[in-house]
Design a protein around this ligand. Structure first.
Ligand code: BGC
Length: 361
């Protein structure tokens, strides 16, 4: 039998460029870039499995990449201070070439969640000894720059973590910013004014809870999105036992979790037909671990393993129970078959495995 733990580590290693950036997928036509979001989860997984050098190289790459665009951030802040209207190219992108250059294509780039994610992961890496004191000092300016950037923009509508719905405000994105800023504040209080994460949290609690008591997909849309799991795990905007999280989880289970299967992103998803995402299944499993629902987490872990190809590669999503099959040929004609392997899927599999390992013993 393929050792999926080892194969996952190997696929991630092979997907890391000499620069330190991780490719989102080495084979999928659109994913030959390093995203802050995917990359941070991949680095966190590598940290948990003891591959510290790989994780550290990613954070160094991300830090150097962001510092390369310091002048762009300053220009944006200046425009904001002068009350000038921003245009799409003023924002930093969601993904970079593996050598740190910005892509010049018109990808839906203005997405803030990855900036919170990278702060969160960076702090975990410092706390976990992946980055030593000197390494942290070298990365501190990039963290400070990120705080200024997200601090100025968090109230602006921006694309969600699925790179959609540009004109809305997404609580999952805000929870990533909250989690990143709170983590950074605990490491180095001088970098984050307490007012900022407190304001983000207050906004989410006051504006982003639907009448039914659960977090909403975006402001004005009372559906759920599986990324709302982030509000508690790992970003801690609420605890897993908070009634709003409990109501959100119950709706995700009802609307998005295929019995004994995977997890949809959201009910109206049509990307590659809207299949079950491995990384979201892992997220639900992670939430179950935190809730002490270990048997359900184990079941999900095995479901993920069963979706791997015989050579161990894990896809982004599987098409066994797609929400709208008519969209599959559309996407396949446009971009080829769905991404496989996807490093983020392997990463979340390793993260869930590592959490399960801790609670099994
Ligand atoms: C997903 C993003 C992801 C990107 C690269 C997109 O299809 O919606 O969340 O960051 O792929 O994996």
């Amino acid at each position: 039998m393929t050792n999926l733990h080892q194969v996952s580590i190997e696929i991630i290693r092979q997907g890391q460029a000499d620069s330190g950036g991780y490719v989102a997928s080495p084979t999928f036509s659109q994913y030959g870039f390093s995203w802050l979001r995917d990359g941070t989860w991949t680095a966190y997984a590598m940290q948990l499995v003891g591959e510290h050098a790989s994780a550290a190289a990613f954070y160094r790459w991300a830090g150097a990449t962001l510092m390369r665009y310091e002048a762009e951030v300053e220009a944006l802040l200046k425009k904001l201070a002068a009350g000038e209207a921003l245009v799409e190219t003023d924002f930093l992108p969601t993904r970079f070439h593996l050598d740190g250059r910005m892509g010049l294509d018109d990808w839906p780039n203005f997405q803030l969640d990855g900036y919170g994610t990278w702060l969160w992961g960076l702090v975990k890496a410092v706390e976990g000894g992946v980055i030593d004191a000197a390494g942290w000092q070298a990365l501190r300016p990039a963290a400070a720059l990120t705080v200024r950037y997200v601090g100025a923009l968090w109230q602006f509508p921006n694309y969600d973590c699925w790179e959609e719905h540009r004109d809305h405000i997404h609580p999952a994105t805000l929870s990533a910013l909250y989690g990143g800023l709170m983590a950074l504040r605990s490491l180095d209080p001088s970098l984050v004014d307490a007012v900022l994460p407190a304001a983000i949290r207050a906004f989410v609690m006051q504006q982003c809870v639907a009448e039914q008591g659960h977090f909403m997909k975006f402001l004005g849309n009372s559906e759920v999105d599986a990324s709302l799991l982030w509000t508690a795990v790992p970003y801690g905007l609420v605890t897993v036992t908070d009634p709003v999280f409990q109501a959100t989880l119950a709706k995700i289970e009802r609307d998005l979790h295929v019995p004994a299967g995977g997890v949809y992103r959201y009910a109206a998803d049509t990307y590659f037909g809207g299949g079950e995402w491995l990384l979201l299944a892992a997220w639900l499993g992670w939430a179950y671990v935190e809730l002490g629902r270990h048997a359900e987490a184990e079941q999900i872990y095995h479901w993920i393993e069963n979706q791997a190809l015989p050579n161990g590669e894990m896809p982004e999503q599987v098409a066994t129970h797609v929400l709208d099959a008519s969209y599959l040929p559309y996407w396949e004609a446009r971009w080829g078959t769905s991404a496989c392997p996807l490093l983020w899927s392997h990463a979340m599999y390793l993260i869930l495995g590592s959490r399960l390992q801790e609670v099994r013993s």
